[in-house]
Write a protein that binds this ligand. Structure first.
Ligand SMILES: Cc1cc2nc3c(=O)[nH]c(=O)nc-3n(C[C@H](O)[C@H](O)[C@H](O)COP(=O)(O)OP(=O)(O)OC[C@H]3O[C@@H](n4cnc5c(N)ncnc54)[C@H](O)[C@@H]3O)c2cc1C
Length: 299
């Protein structure tokens, strides 16, 4: 086996919240061949598998993750070409959104604008149908993905075209279970020479509204229909509410930040407190956008 599989690896540094325990087993495949080796290793030992992309939308338990965690930060080949009046990008799912951003900027194309606001990898972007609130065109992953391949738990590979997938607000369905491998993105080659200026101005706006200098996972809650989660939380007076090192951001109420020493349990307790308070005071049920990974105590 050429793939290195390590034991007891701390996962906190691989997440944007900088919290979480250790992975029993951990590997960083660089190719689909190595990814298959990882699946076979887990299969031989009957280990559960967890996939970690850019780690920017996950809350990993302080108790860590049992089984094999597959990190995708080295799974990132990317090629771009002009095909029939379109820019076609083919990449492995661990390519970062900033890798994509650089390519779209080079070709002066509009997807750069929404990508500039979202951390993490291409695979995580598909799983979460990541997107921005602004009325940009495009503004969500489902608009730029043409097709992708999935390595299934039985080691088979299956291709999904955009229309095979059920895309919704911060979700994609119909391709699971499995690990997204190769992704093809396409966008018409209609240049916008002012795109770099637009990206800079959008970044400036974001910096003024979001606590980007503190560890977070971005927005914790999905906007409920007809509401903005941040406004609901703010109007309950929850900005600044904290448990240990986990705090509802003073700058943006839908961000919960790690002020330095937060544990996953403290972050989860703040999330629960916010949910309960908004349900009680506003009669609105908030749903988390962030994905829980690992061993969580049953309640
Ligand atoms: C400061 C900040 C700002 C943010 N702003 C936005 C925003 O504006 N809009 C937005 O939509 N999101 C935003 N986010 C959240 C996050 O960046 C996105 O949801 C992002 O798409 C997650 O990608 P990731 O690679 O980090 O996924 P991860 O957090 O690593 O994983 C998310 C889920 O996808 C699964 N997964 C990841 N890769 C694969 C794969 N290849 N195959 C199968 N499953 C996989 C994981 O198991 C997990 O369940 C923000 C986060 C931060 C920290």
């Amino acid at each position: 086996m050429s793939l290195k599989i390590e034991e007891k690896i701390s996962l906190a540094p691989l997440t944007s919240w900088l919290v979480g325990g250790v992975a029993d087993f951990f590997c960083l495949p660089t190719s689909v061949g190595e990814l298959k080796e990882a699946l076979k290793f887990a299969d031989a030992k009957s280990l559960p598998i967890t996939v970690l992309g850019g780690g920017s939308n996950v809350l990993i338990s302080d108790l860590g993750i049992r089984g094999l965690t597959i990190g995708l930060k080295n799974f990132r080949d990317l090629k771009a070409a002009e095909v029939d009046g379109q820019l076609e990008i083919r990449c492995l799912s661990g390519a970062s959104k900033s890798d994509l951003l650089r390519v779209f900027l080079k070709y002066q194309l509009e997807p750069a604008l929404f990508l500039a606001g979202i951390p993490g990898d291409v695979g995580g972007g598909i799983v979460m149908n990541a997107g921005v609130a602004e009325n940009f065109k495009p503004r969500e992953f489902c608009e730029i993905v043409a097709e992708f391949e999935v390595l299934k738990p039985d080691f088979s590979e299956k291709k999904y075209s955009n229309k095979d997938v059920q895309w919704s607000y911060r979700h994609s369905r119909g391709w699971e279970p499995g690990i997204i491998t190769w992704v093809t993105l396409r966008w018409p080659l209609h240049k916008d020479p002012s795109i770099l200026e637009k990206v800079r101005s959008a970044n400036k706006g974001r910096l003024s509204k979001q606590p980007l200098d503190m560890p977070s996972c971005g927005s914790v809650f999905i906007n409920p229909p007809g509401h903005k989660a941040a406004q609901l939380i703010d109007s309950c007076g929850l900005k600044g509410f904290s448990i240990g090192g986990a705090q509802v951001s003073m700058k943006h109420a839908n961000f919960i930040v790690n002020t330095g020493s937060a544990t996953a349990e403290q972050l989860w307790s703040v999330i629960q407190h916010v949910k309960q308070t908004v349900a009680r005071e506003k009669n609105v049920e908030l749903t988390t956008e962030v994905v829980l990974l690992g061993d969580w105590p049953k309640d």
